[in-house]
Ligand binder design. Sequence first.
Ligand SMILES: [Zn+2]
Length: 405
Amino acid sequence: MGRHNYNPTHKRSARAARRPAFWCLASISPAALLVAALAPATRAQTQAPPCCTQGAPQTPQPPRTPPPPRSPGSAPRVCIDPGHGGADPGASGFGHNEKDIVLDVGLRLAQLLAADTADTAGGGAWEVLLTRADDTYVSLYQRVAAANAWPADTFVSLHTNAFNSSAATGIETYSYQEGTNSAALRDGIQAQMTAAWPLPDRGSKTANWYVLRETWMPATLSELGFITSPVDVAYLTSPEERQLAARAHLFALQAYHGFPVYLPDSGTRTYCTAKPNSLGCTPAMAFSGTPTLGGADDFQLSATALMARQNGMLFFGFAAAETPFAGGTLCIAPPLSRTAPRSTGGSPPPACDGTFTFEFSQALMEAEGLAPGATIFAQIWYRDPYHGDATGVGMTDAVAFTLAP
Ligand SMILES: [Zn+2]
């Protein structure tokens, strides 16, 4: 759905906006492609692609001239490099190919960076380049040349690990050397990935790999997990877990580039259908603030057009549902939590000017054992004594939101 046309125009410089999103690919001339295809190193890699073996340069590198200075405060440029592609499937295991997994994670990361750019409430603004956005073969030379020519400020390569024993499991992240900016970004990615996936922490490492060595900017290579491990492959193939992996890379990039760690565009939305009350009013949910465990502000849920001076309470849970409930629809699946009842206030009844405001506070979230990344579904219920049916309840529509760190 338009993923390949991902184009974060918000906050982009005019210079960048003139470029197609995949300038790096478009700029590679057919002659360069031909040279790359004929290079012995490329053929060997295509025929037997060991995971993440970054070989010698296939053609001489352009002169090492420093990239032009970037203006301070400009949006960082991130080059996302999903490994392998096209005729090079990368490693495989359990019927899955590395190239497909890392492309999906890379696209998710690009979308998160675009969402962070569009969402001015927190996080950062970014320019993003993907070395490939579909199942295309791109040589290592082309990947590095594109990042160097742009120039990118950071380069993040995505891979899955492989071993000849299914017992090998866990997360690794690489840089070229220790004690560098690359190593700092690498350590951040490793920490975020091991927080996102409960797999063994195999640690931050160094390797003399082409994309790490030949890039001019801080560069990392993530081995998300082992495609040859039945444990790891469950994470590598789950859309939800891939989203968490992409999010881990977003958080690491935010921290590295000096932005607050922030989950953009939390997806907060209302859904489901309110039950109109006996006075003909339709109560409605609203929200304000950012649902976060780490921020200073509480996330506020509020309902309006409630029956005045009745009691209500907030239900919340972890899945959506549309279940008949006391004459209305409960839009949350059990198990449910609920707040203590409180008065909706307002004019003397009958009136629809009652309100119910609830702060989804950090204290509540912690008391409930909620974790960043959890999506919560909430709805407000209140008494409607004038209602004709025996149940006498009114219900708002529902709201879904995802907790940021
Ligand atoms: Zn690989």
